[in-house]
Design a protein around this ligand. Structure first.
Ligand code: SIN
Length: 493
């Protein structure tokens, strides 16, 4: 089925380099498939080194002109881009849904979420202050000013094809940087549509460049940026092993890095919690995007005395979730992104069963019955999970909620922190002393306290430990695209 849009020109199938829509230098293309059916519906350039270099040339050439614009001018561009994204919500949601598989209603939410970062950084652009420093010697004035780092390479994931790239590009442009971006192999079309809207909003040529590449060609494209000293910053959202690789490989030119990597979020329900609120929070955070987010709870800890009551309430809600094609208005859980994703979910569930878990609902692939492909997995609750299971150690990245029992606060804190990751953590309690103690002890960059929906453009998003470093969103988000320059003026006596 072709992708039907109100504005067909938003379906772009060429790289965007130096303000031009280009084929890959060698003409190579790769197919883009609908994750529901696995059927190819279009193709995009399969870029390689020459295309990556052309994008860097363009971004490098555009940098001086862009940084010299006033912050107000850059903000105005971002406001026009924001308005264009919002005005084209329906088409963008259709593109997201088609290439990524999330239900349309959720894709519309993602457009609003991504757009909120563009608006936020339009507002932040004009509030990027430096400091006048107390001069400790007579006749001197000392200042710290913020400057754009330079050309930024943004490498983005498939789970939020719009929001993740928007929250990298918007602060970069606000700070005065220019960008070369490579969207995930599975989801290039949303990024290219965003580039089209940026073009319509009047962004000067070369300030934003987007190149697509298949899984096979991605290493060559990205390596080019890692080695090129003109690229001053890499911002990446994706897996921890790839993040470590980027850190190692970019060391040769000592680039600034923002790495938003994997998580293994604990979600703790203490015995004094409001169980209905905890179920609501878990539904919102665990089943968002079919469980395919880095901040999805991966290990759900329930205190013994409320375990059975919580499990009953949760199973009732999870078994009522509607699984269906992304295009159906009433679908709540769409297909997983690809065969690898659904294979991993299945492997985790089988491994958990082999180690003593019980299926409370779900626990199987879904096929037929109005479902249009092989990548659906039933929303699942597993009881009696334990730390011998693979899902204790690794992100499942799917609609599986394993329940672990715990006895004391000390036990659960030890277990929750017993992971190399530290992106998000959640807990429910109504005891104010416990709240502050637990919030202080959880090793995590983002903490939801009696709240499952933590994402916001006004908040600093990012991890600790092997979940990475750098922050996206909030007033801190601009820092990642700036460096501080110290100016010292003498001879003023
Ligand atoms: C992610 O999954 O990486 C991001 C999720 C979010 O922005 O809430």
């Amino acid at each position: 089925m072709p992708l039907t849009l109100k504005r067909p020109e938003l379906s772009r199938t060429h790289n965007f380099i130096a303000g031009e829509w280009r084929d890959a230098v060698d003409g190579a293309r790769y197919p883009v498939s609908d994750p529901a059916s696995g059927v190819e519906f279009t193709s995009v350039p399969d870029s390689s080194e020459a295309d990556a270099r052309a994008a860097t040339d363009a971004a490098h050439a555009a940098f001086d002109g862009w940084r010299e614009r006033t912050a107000r001018e850059r903000a105005q561009f971002l406001k026009r881009w924001h308005a264009a994204i919002v005005a084209n919500t329906e088409d963008l949601a259709r593109i997201i849904s088609r290439e990524q598989g999330k239900p349309l209603a959720e894709a519309r939410g993602e457009v609003a979420y991504g757009a909120s970062y563009v608006e936020w950084f339009a507002e932040e652009a004009v509030r990027s202050y430096g400091d006048m420093l107390p001069a400790l010697m007579p006749g001197k004035r000392m200042m710290a000013v913020k400057e754009p780092v330079g050309v930024v390479a943004a490498i983005t994931p498939w789970n939020f094809p719009l929001a993740m790239i928007a929250r990298k590009i918007a602060p970069a442009l606000a700070a005065g940087c220019t960008v070369v971006a490579k969207p995930a192999e599975d989801t290039p079309l949303t990024a290219l549509a965003l580039a089209r809207l940026a073009e319509e909003a009047g962004l000067p040529a070369g300030v934003l460049n987007v190149v697509s590449a298949s899984r096979e060609h991605t290493p060559a494209t990205v390596s080019n940026w890692l080695a090129d000293s003109r690229v001053r910053k890499i911002t990446f959202t994706g897996s921890t092993p790839v993040g470590k690789h980027l850190a190692r490989e970019s060391a040769g030119t000592l680039k600034k890095l923002s790495l938003e990597l994997g998580g293994n979020a604990p979600f703790i329900i203490f015995d004094d919690a409001d169980l209905d609120a905890a179920v609501d929070g878990l539904m919102a955070s665990k089943f968002r995007n079919g469980g395919q987010t880095c901040v999805c709870p991966n290990r759900i800890y329930v205190q013994n005395s409320v375990y059975d009551a919580f499990a009953r309430k949760l199973v009732e809600r999870v078994s009522a979730l509607r699984v269906g094609p992304a295009t159906r208005d009433d679908s709540q859980i769409g297909p997983m992104i690809n065969a690898r994703a659904v294979d991993k979910i299945e492997r985790h569930v089988q491994d958990a069963l082999a180690h003593g878990a019980v299926v409370l609902t779900g626990g199987r692939r879904l096929q037929g019955d109005g479902l249009d492909g092989p990548y659906y997995y039933a929303p699942t609750v597993l009881g009696d999970a334990n730390r011998d299971m693979a899902l204790f150690h690794e992100e499942t990245f799917g609609p599986v909620a394993p329940l672990f029992r715990f006895e004391s606060d000390a036990d659960v804190l030890r277990e929750a922190n017993d992971t190399p990751f530290g992106l998000a953590a959640y807990f429910y309690s109504n005891d104010v002393r416990r709240i502050w103690r637990v919030a202080g002890r959880l090793e995590s960059g983002v903490i939801g306290i009696n709240e499952g929906a933590v994402a916001s453009e006004a908040a600093p998003f990012g991890g600790v430990k092997e979940s990475g470093y750098g922050r996206e969103g909030s007033r801190y988000g601009l820092d990642d695209y700036q460096h501080i320059k110290y100016l010292c003026q003498g001879g003023l006596v």
